[in-house]
Write a protein that binds this ligand. Structure first.
Ligand SMILES: [Zn+2]
Length: 462
């Protein structure tokens, strides 16, 4: 008999939903982790013979599945959660919200405010099963990165990038040169491994086409190719943006990016809702990635997630941050995406259940990883991949009886059913207890800082 495999951690007795190429499910299975990698997956009974682990977590009554990926979030807007709804009760909200509230709010924040936002945002994400995030671009990205390091989450931070327009707060707009240099320097600062891990990295960012000059877009695209990193942007998100591109350049947004040499696999285009047929073809051909933020996207238009996914576009799911809808729960985004896709692609043709359970779970995991260019590292439970693993309760009243594990994982599980979270091989939440974060300390700091921030924000946006 061969010597047992040595592991640091064994998750055992769980139903393993791998979301691998064959969508394998192992009932009463086990997953072994050494360092930050998955080294063994199989039956729990076989693990008893084949694996010796330093520590074991009992996963009975739970599902082991890959961590979810939030492919579009605004860390620095976390402290605005619910604020626009509160303003709306007092006076009409100014449109567009990102322009009139989100960017001015971000402009007020100090380094420490963003760190605090990051602690709240990433601790929240971990608590609902998100193990990797992609920041859209905000102020003080190094503070975000510090918060990501400290909470134990995996992620990509990025810098707010605006170099045109005359109504932006002073701290939010910069010159083309400084925008480019700041982005490149950020990516270089967080490249490679730190403390033995590459868990926290940075991408480049362009806020969106209306706030960035053509010169900056061209230069950023060139930098992305040289550094081989993503540029995180918002694209085809509003009618005003389509009109801007058509009026100014005679092209729709994706066509405009192509004309600048900026539509390739380095471009990560959040939303991508209002695509023409030609733009959809351009996505397939030139391979920019995308992110469907289902909480908000159906207020813009009938997002074509399913068509994009089935045509091979690298697309994941995102929350768009806590300010817009409140929740950072990708399980709930997945529920909404599926209902939305049914309405867009199924219902008009009397085609029921147009998106099977396993397909939406795949978008939320594999799809997110592909959209960020890290599908070889994360996005499924497979030997050799990084150990970003959830143990999710499947024994609640609203999950019983259990006939189909994919049905449960895609329909009845929400983020709060996540019990234990492993990221990069480290247990960061165990039985719902966050191990890296002092929850009371976060609340104490929020109670101290929020009244001052909101007082200023109310005056600023009155
Ligand atoms: Zn956004």
């Amino acid at each position: 008999m061969p010597a047992p495999l040595k592991a640091d951690l064994l998750l055992s007795g769980c139903d393993v939903v791998t979301i691998d190429g064959k969508n394998r499910v192992i009932a009463n299975g086990a997953v072994a982790v050494r360092g930050n990698k998955i080294v063994w997956i199989g039956k729990a009974s076989a693990a008893k013979r084949s694996v010796t682990a330093t520590s074991t977590i009992d996963g009975s009554g739970q599902i082991a599945m890959p961590g979810l990926i939030d492919a579009h979030v605004h860390t620095a807007q976390t402290l605005l959660r619910g604020k626009i709804a509160e303003i709306d009760r007092r006076r009409p909200v100014k449109i567009p919200v990102w322009w009139n509230y989100y960017v001015p709010f971000e402009s007020m924040l100090t380094d420490e405010d963003v760190y605090l936002s990051g602690l709240l945002c990433y601790a929240n994400m971990i608590s609902v099963g998100t193990t990797c995030f992609a920041e859209a671009g905000g102020p003080h990205p190094d503070a975000m990165a510090r918060a990501a390091i400290d909470t134990g989450i995996r992620g990509f931070v990025s810098l707010n990038t605006i170099d045109q327009g005359d109504h932006w707060p002073k701290t939010m707009i910069t010159t083309t040169r400084k925008a480019l240099d700041g982005n490149v320097a950020l990516v270089k600062r967080w490249a490679g491994t730190k403390g033995g891990t590459d868990r926290v990295q940075a991408t480049l960012s362009l806020r969106q086409i209306m706030t960035c000059t053509p010169a900056l877009i061209e230069a950023m695209a060139e930098a992305a190719r040289a550094l081989d990193v993503k540029i995180h942007t918002h694209l085809c998100e509003g009618v005003y943006e389509i009109d801007y591109a058509l009026a100014k350049f005679g092209k729709r947004p994706a066509e405009y990016l192509l004309s600048l040499g900026a539509l390739d696999r380095h471009m990560h285009c959040a939303h991508s809702v209002l695509l023409s047929e030609n733009e959809m073809d351009l996505y397939v051909k030139h391979r920019p990635s995308a992110c469907h933020c289902a909480f908000g996207n159906y207020a813009i238009g009938p997002h074509r997630l399913l068509e994009m996914w089935r045509r091979g576009i690298d697309i994941g799911l995102g929350t768009d941050g806590a300010a817009s809808w409140g929740s950072l729960d990708i399980f709930q985004v997945a529920h909404m995406a599926r209902v939305g896709q049914q309405a867009v692609n199924g219902t008009p043709f009397a085609y029921r259940n147009v998106m099977p359970s396993e397909e939406i779970l795949k978008v939320a995991t594999n799809g997110g990883a592909r959209s960020l260019g890290i599908e070889k590292q994360i996005g499924s439970l497979e030997v050799g991949k990084k150990a970003d693993i959830l143990l999710v309760d499947r024994s609640q009243l609203d999950q019983s009886p259990l006939y189909d594990i994919y049905f449960v994982a895609a329909n009845t599980v929400v983020g709060r059913d996540v019990r234990t979270v492993v990221i990069d091989g480290n247990v960061v939440m165990k039985d719902r207890e966050l191990l890296t974060v002092d929850r009371e300390e976060i609340e104490r700091r929020l109670a101290e800082r929020l009244p001052k921030l909101m007082d200023r924000f109310d005056k600023m946006t009155a």
